[in-house]
Design a protein around this ligand. Structure first.
Ligand code: ATP
Length: 373
């Protein structure tokens, strides 16, 4: 908590009803907010510490945290399932919810839902930008470690049928000192049920799967895998791979890498789609060569992984378990694999293979392949 001492609190208040997510118990607690760390379309995120109000009288200074408190209006037209999902998920690569409470704002009189989460110092957007500014990419061993953790979080979520629906670098929290990664922002997440339609206007433009762009409403968790592919590509390129200027032209950007979408893709995604089909090939070489041109500085196994993820047909797009078993990650199992935090000569102890029984079950027949050295 030392970094908090340099700055005074911006706000301190007492609350009667703060729910502890791990015990379900309701306590009165003091919240001390320090600084704003995030501003999104739906909410504000502040860094804060909390302590039990009943501990104040005995003089003990047991501040807990620092935490990140995400504050969103409690009632909006848009249905957020963030609290209900964060209450049940429990995975080392998903941000954990510690407490939650409702609070009426003195500024506008509205009730806000407050989610008190573990706090990470950065996100992938900042990390990519940091290295890009010095004309580098995130070091490969770090990339590998991060991508593996991201795929692991997806294996877990998709096992429950939960789709995050807003995978993008700013929603992927990281701690560069430990090379730890955790997905955040479950404001768009939803448990997808087979044959039950969901809105297609989700996901930030650059990271939207092609089926979403053409208005598919019976999509699957594979939309997150597309987002994963876009994030991996962005780590290697230092900038978003598909930067469509309009929602429509987003598909054109994809066609510049993958070639024209097959007719059957439109039919399967949305037979009513009447937008541009970008049926003319926009490059002369094969798709494989196109990948090699665009990712000219990336290792062949990374290109192979990307070619298995960035695929029009969601059914043919790699699943999280296939991603985890890809040769790109084989090195992670080697005793010689070392990751050093920025500016340090001391390797970090990584714990990437501590799969729970649930994860092992999801890996099924691929379990032995993944765990063999
Ligand atoms: N637990 C956390 N620890 C540290 N920073 C966080 C945490 N949660 C969120 N943030 C920061 O706050 C930003 C906004 O949070 P979040 O994405 O949950 O809000 P949002 O309103 O849904 O944003 P957006 O509209 O950009 O998706 C994140 O990009 C991240 O940088």
């Amino acid at each position: 908590m030392s970094h908090l001492k340099t700055q005074g609190p911006i706000k301190e208040y007492l609350l009667d009803q703060v729910v502890d997510n791990s015990t379900g118990k309701v306590n009165s607690m003091v919240v001390r907010e320090y600084k704003r760390i995030g501003e999104g379309a739906f909410g504000t995120v502040v860094e804060a510490v909390l302590r039990r109000a009943d501990k104040i009288e005995d003089g003990s200074e047991e501040w807990l945290g620092p935490f990140a408190i995400k504050r969103v209006p409690a009632q909006t037209e848009y249905k957020s399932r963030e609290l209900e999902l964060l209450r049940v998920v429990n995975h080392p690569n998903i941000v954990s919810l510690r407490f939650f409470f409702d609070k009426r704002s003195s500024a506008d009189g509205q009730v806000y839902q407050n989610l008190v989460m573990e706090c990470l110092p950065s996100n992938l957007q900042n990390e990519i930008k940091y290295y890009r500014q010095s004309k580098y990419t995130i070091p490969y061993p770090h990339m590998k470690t991060y991508i593996f953790q991201l795929a692991r979080a997806m294996l877990y979520l998709h096992g429950f049928g939960i789709s995050h629906r807003d995978i993008k670098p700013s929603n992927i929290l990281v701690d560069p000192a430990t090379v730890t990664l955790k997905i955040c922002d479950f404001g768009s997440a939803k448990k997808l049920e087979p044959n039950q339609p969901s809105v297609s206007y989700i996901c930030s433009r650059y990271y939207r799967a092609p089926e979403l762009i053409v208005g598919c409403s019976l999509y699957t968790t594979k939309i997150d895998i597309w987002g994963l592919g876009c994030v991996i590509a962005e780590m290697f390129l230092g900038k978003p791979i598909f930067q469509g200027e309009t929602p429509e032209s987003q598909l054109k950007e994809i066609a510049k890498l993958l070639g024209p979408p097959p007719k059957v893709f439109f039919f399967k995604s949305n037979p009513l789609y009447r937008g541009s089909m970008y049926s003319n090939k926009l490059f002369a070489c094969s798709i494989e060569e196109r990948f090699r041109q665009i990712f000219s500085n990336s290792p062949p196994d990374a290109i192979d992984l990307l070619m298995k993820i960035l695929v029009y047909d969601p059914e043919k797009r790699a699943s999280p378990r296939r991603v985890l078993c890809h040769p790109f990650f084989h090195e992670l199992k080697s005793e010689n694999f070392k990751v050093y935090p920025r500016g340090s000569s001391e390797a970090i102890a990584l714990n990437l293979f501590n799969f729970s029984n649930y994860e092992l079950e999801l890996l099924g027949s691929l379990k032995d392949e993944l765990l063999s050295s």
